[in-house]
Design a protein around this ligand. Structure first.
Ligand SMILES: C[S@@+](CC[C@H](N)C(=O)[O-])C[C@H]1O[C@@H](n2cnc3c(N)ncnc32)[C@H](O)[C@@H]1O
Ligand code: SF4
Length: 385
């Protein structure tokens, strides 16, 4: 049997019903969106990319995953989602919509109903990732979310009834949040028996409303010790509930880690379509990064005129690739094989960090320990030559 290479497809939907003050994703508020036209343009861009960079021949690949991200892709009409999935699958000859291809939709509780969830499933979605963010009214308000705790909980319950693979996101380590409050939210999360959880510490991103408040002294991030304590509690409770971490902020039941994100973290290949999407794949024997322009209206005009909104394409050097492998691989609990990348590593520093219990090295597989994951960014800065 010929060994096929995994390929993922990412689709970016850049619209939301409101802008959350912490969010720096490429998301915009816009009225009167012609969903059919947007669907057609996304399909055009997919066709353009596969024609131009793969000569319309994806025979050596299998479709590992499709991921509708955003923005809020749960706002897309399900008939449009269906058409996009159909076109993705069509690209891979001899592949029907196999159960092995994970097809995720990111969903915001404010735009969900049970019938919508059913229509997404009928369109081909087999995994749902709900942005619940918090089960505490006070913190949902702080995060500027346009849904209630009740809506978040109710939609997780509906999703549980409709999908075999349910994930949701929670944000913690927020200003004025106590360890007890976070523990309570986390315990509530397990009551829904999720397959997967993304648990993010709040970060203050450049260009967001929170960043403005922070600069004006109106928002005080939680202190590091408290954030670390919350991270420890998260580690303990997820393990106790048989959903251990497989990545810095991602936890899952056995066999339910997110295939799509794993493909990114393992340095795989993917095609990204829609405003601001990024692709990484091998083209003319070089690994390339292809960027799509970010502004939604400029993007759709570009697709109409040129077939795609490609902004630029750059080849990665082998050092770039190794750097990325390390950066991404150390996020994973299972670690990364450093045999091919030792040249970029300061091995003396690596051994120092092993002694200090931040790293672990076994047969060329390097991993971060729990303490290491707490300070991943500084570790990376120290070990790369
Ligand atoms: C594209 S958004 C999710 C989909 C959907 N738009 C929603 O908000 O429900 C991806 C996730 O990133 C997380 N996120 C975004 N900005 C963050 C920040 N500044 N700090 C921590 N988590 C953040 C949120 O948990 C969010 O659900
Ligand atoms: S709904 Fe999601 S993507 Fe949209 S602004 Fe809020 S966090 Fe960002």
């Amino acid at each position: 049997m010929i060994h096929k290479v995994p390929l993922s497809i990412y689709i970016h939907w850049p619209f939301c019903t409101s802008k959350c003050p912490y969010c720096d994703f490429n998301s915009h508020i816009q009225q009167n969106i012609d969903h059919q036209e947007w669907g057609k343009s996304l399909v055009s861009e997919l066709n353009y990319l596969t024609r131009t960079y793969f000569s319309d021949n994806l025979d050596k690949y299998y479709l590992k995953s499709i991921f509708f991200g955003g923005g809020t892709p749960s706002l897309i009409e399900s008939s449009v989602i269906k058409k996009i999935i159909k076109q993705c699958v069509k690209k891979f000859k001899n592949v029907s919509l196999s159960n092995e291809s994970e097809i995720t939709l990111e969903a915001n509780p404010n735009s969900l109903t049970k019938s919508k969830l059913l229509s997404f499933r009928d369109a081909g979605i087999n995994r749902i990732s709900i942005g619940a963010q918090s089960f505490n009214k006070k913190f949902l308000e702080f995060l500027g979310r346009d849904h209630s705790v009740y809506e978040a909980k109710r939609n997780i319950e509906y999703a549980r009834e409709v999908f075999k693979n349910v994930s949701f996101d929670l944000i913690y380590a927020m200003p004025n949040q106590t360890v007890y409050e976070w523990e309570k939210s986390l315990k509530t999360a397990f009551q829904f028996e999720p397959d997967h959880l993304s648990l993010y510490q709040l970060t203050i991103e450049e260009g967001t409303a929170f960043n403005q408040m922070y600069k004006k002294g109106k928002l005080f991030p939680i202190n590091n010790d408290l954030a670390s304590e919350m991270y420890s509690i998260t580690e303990n409770l997820t393990q106790k509930n048989k959903m251990p971490a497989y990545e810095v902020s991602n936890y899952s039941k056995e066999g339910k880690s997110c295939s799509h994100n794993l493909n990114y973290w393992e340095g795989g290949e993917w095609i990204g379509i829609g405003p601001g999407a990024v692709s990484r794949f091998f083209y003319k024997n070089k690994r390339v990064q292809l960027d799509i322009r970010k502004d939604p209206n400029g993007w759709i005009n570009s697709v109409k005129k040129n077939g795609s909104g490609v902004k630029n394409i750059v080849s990665e050097t082998i050092e770039d690739f190794w750097n990325e492998k390390l950066l991404m691989g150390l996020r994973l609990v299972k670690g990364v094989n450093i045999k091919p990348i030792k040249r970029i590593l300061n091995m003396a520093k690596v051994y120092e960090l092993i002694e200090a219990n931040y790293l672990d090295l076994n047969n060329d597989t390097m991993k971060t320990t729990f303490n290491g994951r707490l300070r991943l960014n500084s570790i990376l800065a120290e070990i790369i030559k």
